[in-house]
Ligand binder design. Structure first.
Ligand code: SF4
Ligand code: SF4
Length: 449
């Protein structure tokens, strides 16, 4: 698989000081400063925050609010890049103690694609992590990042041990996609503590606990079907470990830390090369029938990527992070951040503008739902504000994959309605322990009709 790169520097690089869920970073540079590749340019003392680094050499030309791919604006450091590869001195730091490793992750700016800093996932305050999972079910982009599939497997195994060490976890697993033959072949027979592992499929009721015992190893490699969706983490946790995550909770509440390949690779690079997280690979769809992949510096505007991919036609819509669940952009000057995984382009004629009409009870949404919900019913309940009934129908299990809305012939905005109800439920149960909240009744906006 070919991974493209930009053949010319963007006119400007826009690095948001908020690329994570915690406090916005404070800038460490000012207008007129010259910065180097890998230089820390923003940080926050807040534990839930993560440092930001310059991805280019150049001059800071402004620190101002700029478009952010989450649809809002964010204070950003704008750099005019120079044709220069000068980096700050990178120093590898192997054999770190667990707490120093967690600090390195924060300092290196490593963040999960959904915005949570990786050190917070591994060391959440007041919780203990006993199992670390690397979700490698979406690994199409690995070709350009690792020299060979075997190289990928050994780096991921090393990264898993580092993540486990940082978290203080005794068990760990790498989860591959069941049809990703290349990755499965790469991991098959890999040695851990002089034991050869086999890639085990998660079938039936067998979860990783079974394979830890069967392979007499604290580290296993398993495979499962890929699950798409914005909120897959809780479902993924259940599928892989068998631990159920309550509504309003996340995997760390049941002792599980989930990291992506990108953050695992970023940690590997930080430890072995001393390199912070300043570049990423994003997939581009909409130019041709095939997905394209491009390695870019964080802060590169979408506009430069679109041009580099050779797209010249009229664009109807640009969406960050997937057509079904992503965010439509109002400008192509929005930059790639640590959370950007995909840029989708739609031609004007592809943009869906149809008004939704009444449900025809075709049950297509029920057929496609991967977690066996009744989306049509949930949408009606949500629309009428009958949130208690949404809970009875297990709305919290929805992983927000958007499949139901995609197949609906009546163009009903099922996913938006479900999200609306989930937000309302989450707000209503905020600050209540899950045991207590499960016995409470929510108020109903429409009087229960
Ligand atoms: S209800 Fe819709 S968005 Fe939610 S999991 Fe089912 S198909 Fe996906
Ligand atoms: S797919 Fe659309 S029209 Fe068909 S049952 Fe579901 S909500 Fe109704």
């Amino acid at each position: 698989m070919e991974i493209k790169t930009l053949d010319k520097l963007p006119e400007k690089i826009i690095i948001p000081l908020r690329q994570h869920r915690g406090m916005v970073c404070e800038p460490l540079v000012k207008k007129g400063d010259r910065v180097l590749i890998g230089q820390k340019i923003g940080e926050s003392k807040d534990y839930n925050s993560s440092a930001v680094h310059s991805s280019v050499c150049g001059e800071v030309i402004a620190i101002e609010e700029s478009a952010h791919p989450d649809g809002n604006k964010a204070m950003s450091i704008i750099i005019h890049p120079e044709e220069c590869d000068e980096t700050v001195a990178f120093s590898p730091c192997k054999d770190l103690k667990p707490e120093k490793l967690a600090e390195l992750i924060k300092e290196s700016g490593i963040v999960e694609h959904y915005g949570m800093p990786t050190h917070v996932v591994l060391k959440p305050k007041g919780k203990n992590i006993d199992t670390v999972l690397i979700n490698a079910t979406s690994s199409e982009w690995i070709g350009g990042t690792f020299k060979t599939p075997r190289d990928y497997a050994s780096q991921m195994m090393d990264a898993l041990k580092l993540l486990m060490k940082a978290a203080g976890a005794k068990k760990g697993a790498i989860v591959l996609r069941i049809d990703d033959k290349e990755s499965i072949d790469a991991f098959e027979g890999i040695e851990v503590d002089k034991k050869k592992l086999r890639v085990a499929p998660l079938v039936g009721s067998r979860r990783i606990g079974y394979y830890f015992r069967e392979q007499s190893s604290d580290i296993v490699v398993v495979s499962q079907k890929r699950i798409y969706g914005k909120k897959i983490l809780n479902f993924f946790t259940y599928n892989v470990t068998g631990r159920k995550v309550d509504i309003g909770c996340d995997p760390t509440d049941v002792g599980v830390a989930i990291c992506s390949i990108k953050s695992a690779k970023a940690l590997y690079d930080a430890v072995h090369e001393g390199k912070p997280y300043y570049e990423t690979v994003v997939s581009i769809e909409g130019f041709s029938d095939n997905m394209e992949y491009i390695r870019v510096k964080i802060g590169t505007p979408f506009k430069d990527i679109i041009e580099a991919c050779g797209f010249t036609g009229e664009i109807g819509k640009i969406i960050a992070n997937g057509v079904r669940t992503g965010v439509a952009q109002y400008t192509d000057l929005v930059p790639v951040t640590k959370g950007t995984t995909r840029i989708s382009m739609q031609k004007p004629e592809e943009v869906i503008r149809d008004e939704s009409v009444a449900c025809i009870h075709c049950a297509r949404c029920v057929d496609v739902c991967p977690v066996e919900l009744i989306p049509s019913r949930l949408a009606v309940m949500a629309d009428q504000g009958r949130f208690d009934e949404c809970r009875v129908l297990h709305i919290d299990n929805c992983i927000e994959c958007g499949d139901c809305a995609a197949v609906c012939p009546s163009k009903i905005h099922i996913l938006q309605l479900i999200r609306y109800a989930k937000d309302a439920i989450e707000m209503a149960y905020e600050d209540m322990p899950s045991k207590e909240s499960s016995n409470l009744k929510l108020g109903c906006a429409c009087g229960g009709e």
